[in-house]
Ligand binder design. Structure first.
Ligand SMILES: [Zn+2]
Length: 184
């Protein structure tokens, strides 16, 4: 068990803006009636990129969607674990895998990212798999299939892919049969 006395207290000085904004948020809060079920039955798997505002992009609001994020919008074991819970217990019936244009994860090889971190921080991170993307269409096709064929997902879940264009705000639906993401 973690000894709580060893864990540092909340570093309020570095989070002043966060806490102040939250007080404002709580003052206007009107979502107390919501539950953890996704009202619109949607889960979005997307990147951690700070330009992506998943709810606004698809015209939804808190309570509507499960949002799962990581570097590169990759379907990892943890994403599958989360989707199992979301589809069996939390009302998700459709999954949108949503990588984006100008993604840092698609801009270099595994070795180049490790070299960049070494350059920036002097740390050798090669023991970690970054999961960089060499070909975004190929990665998206693979990730869609990973969800579609995962045996523990609720049957009947619809899986789709679309690329979010960070320069236009548009979602570009992915059609593997023609393998054409307009604008990529
Ligand atoms: Zn990204």
């Amino acid at each position: 068990m973690t000894d709580l006395a060893q864990v540092p207290d909340f570093p309020a000085d570095e989070f002043t803006d966060v806490l102040a904004a939250n007080v404002d948020y709580a003052r206007r809060f009107e979502d107390a009636h919501l539950t953890g079920r996704a009202v619109r039955g949607l889960a979005i798997v997307t990147c951690m990129d700070s330009r992506i505002e998943p709810l606004s992009i698809v015209g939804m609001r808190p309570g509507d969607v499960k949002i799962i994020r990581n570097a590169g919008a990759r379907v990892t074991e943890d994403v599958l674990r989360t989707l199992v819970l979301a589809t069996h217990l939390l009302g998700v019936t459709r999954v949108l895998v949503m990588p984006h244009t100008d993604c840092k994860m698609a801009s270099g090889t595994e070795a180049e990212v490790h070299a960049a971190i070494l350059d920036a921080s002097g740390m050798d991170t090669r023991s970690l798999e970054i999961r960089t993307v060499r070909d975004q269409e190929e990665a998206l096709a693979t990730d869609i299939m990973r969800v579609r064929t995962f045996p523990l997902l609720h049957p009947g879940v619809t899986v789709a892919g679309a690329v979010y264009d960070v320069h236009t705000g548009l979602l570009l639906p992915f059609h593997p049969s023609t393998a054409a993401i307009a604008g990529l």
